[in-house]
Design a protein around this ligand. Structure first.
Ligand code: FES
Length: 115
């Protein structure tokens, strides 16, 4: 039994080999966006393998992800499976959340400068 660590949530749980990353995330109460229920079509469940090992990319992942993404550890959470070894995966922040946070930070700085 290995462990999977989710970033940036900082949660770790034990997994059985062959468990999907999405399934492990749900067990750890970590949200990975998804819309296609694991059919590898929405591409919303992308995660980045930061450390350790996951199963080899499936033919479906090889078709859906670019070579650059695969080289950089990007995987589809619904297709990638855990192994006996520990791993750490990063769930990329949504673009909308990043834009909103940047706007809030800018507003905060402007307010601080006015005072
Ligand atoms: S859940 Fe849609 S691609 Fe993985």
């Amino acid at each position: 039994m290995g462990k999977i660590h989710f970033l940036p949530a900082g949660k770790t749980i034990r997994t059985r080999p062959g468990q999907s990353v999405v399934s492990a995330a749900a067990a750890a109460r970590v949200v990975i966006p998804q819309r296609c229920h694991g059919r590898a079509s929405c591409l919303m469940c992308k995660v980045v393998l930061e450390q350790g090992e996951l199963s080899a990319p499936t033919p479906m992942e090889a078709r859906k992800l670019t070579a650059h993404e695969l080289e950089n550890g990007v995987r589809l959470g619904c297709q990638a499976k855990t192994t006996q070894r520990d791993c750490a995966v990063r769930i990329p922040e949504s673009r909308l959340k990043s834009v909103v946070q940047a706007a809030l930070e800018r507003a905060r700085r402007e307010n601080a400068e006015e005072e």
